[in-house]
Design a protein around this ligand. Structure first.
Ligand code: ADP
Ligand code: TRP
Length: 319
């Protein structure tokens, strides 16, 4: 059976982009593949500085994984830092990774351009991600489009290792849902935990309303005819409810229908879209000790699996 591995760093509240671009795709994969889903807390240290934030986001993320339909009976759900092999393999991979490969990474360049201080950790982030993937011999890595380059870097690092020491890793393929591409945030840039433009999956009704109403639009008036394709309002709406989005689009094009009207429609569609996730969340939170148990079991399975590759790697490099 083919292997799947993916993960998200607990660096903020999970949002619609994370769900549509990543987590939603993971759910059906659990029935077809052997799946590993990690909470990449070591990665989160490259952007978080407050320990209590990390703890809070981590807990929130496990609850979100479970509320979105990830199932510990079908997949291994684990915290990256519970498995020391990730940091160990990262170091070994770093010794075969050319600087130039990382210097070309968009995510690193973007983050530095956004003012996140540049550290060795931030620079080496893709090497840790490569370790995450290669430790589990993952064939497929389901992620959003923005992660494509990181998977390509993981492939390159595996090749470099193989050239020097011999074959041991499975060279992974990215799995990217084409129809989703990159979901815009309320300001029109990529929706991201770190850009303050996200619609959190578990926002309160009040917060949801505020966010939807503040989605950026141009200044065309109610009476004007407006072309919505390509605007964040339409692009988000289309993914939430394509039929209603199309109706709103037609009315915007005809004129006499304002952006505010379309936003109200989107808000109601969004509430319907999120309601099963909210219901599942209530169920998950009812079970006392469940989250801790899921992580303990996940850590045990992940350690056992990654230990096999790690033993072979140590031998190959002469440790
Ligand atoms: P963020 O940018 O919010 O920190 P991450 O980089 O942690 O998000 O991404 C976690 C997963 O969610 C990845 O698979 C990523 O591709 C996906 N993802 C994040 N933001 C978006 C988006 N705006 N559109 C599509 N997918 C996204
Ligand atoms: N870098 C990924 C992101 O920001 C998170 C991640 C960490 C990941 N390790 C991974 C994704 C391994 C896929 C596979 O979304």
């Amino acid at each position: 059976m083919k292997r799947v591995l993916s993960g998200i760093q607990p660096s903020g509240e999970l949002h619609l982009g994370n769900y549509l671009g990543a987590i939603r795709q993971w759910v059906p994969l659990q029935d077809q593949y052997e799946c590993f889903f990690t909470l990449a807390d070591l990665h989160a240290l490259t952007s978080l500085t407050e320990p209590s934030d990390l703890q809070r986001f981590l807990h929130e993320q496990v609850v979100t994984y479970l509320s979105c339909g990830l199932d510990p009976d079908k997949a291994v759900i684990f915290k990256q830092s519970d498995v020391p092999h990730h940091a160990e393999l990262m170091w070994i991979l770093a010794t075969v990774t050319p600087m130039g490969l990382l210097e070309r990474a968009h995510a690193y360049k973007d983050k530095v351009a956004k003012g996140i201080g540049s550290t060795v950790g931030l620079f080496a982030y893709p090497v840790l991600q490569a370790a995450d993937i290669l430790l589990y011999s993952a064939d497929l890595v389901p992620v959003g489009k923005d992660q494509k380059q990181h998977i390509e870097i993981a492939r390159d690092i595996a090749d470099k290792f193989h050239t020097r020491y011999g074959q041991v890793f499975t060279v992974p393929e990215p799995m990217i849902p084409e129809e989703v591409a990159v979901i815009p945030g309320i300001d029109g840039q990529k929706m991201s935990k770190s850009y303050n433009n996200a619609i959190p999956l578990f926002a309160s009704d009040e917060q949801l309303k505020k966010l939807v109403m503040s989605i950026i639009t141009d200044s065309a008036g109610v009476a004007d005819k407006k072309e919505p394709v390509g605007t964040p309002l339409y692009e988000i709406f289309k993914l939430i409810n394509p039929e209603k989005a199309e109706q709103a689009a037609q009315m915007l094009r005809a004129g006499g229908y304002g952006y505010g009207d379309a936003k109200k429609e989107l808000l109601s569609a969004l509430q319907d879209f999120l309601s099963p996730l909210r219901a599942k969340r209530v169920e998950v939170e009812k079970k006392k000790g469940y989250v801790e148990e899921v992580l303990q079991d996940g850590a045990r399975s992940a350690k056992a699996e990654s230990g096999k590759i790690m033993d072979r790697v140590r031998k190959l490099v002469g440790l």
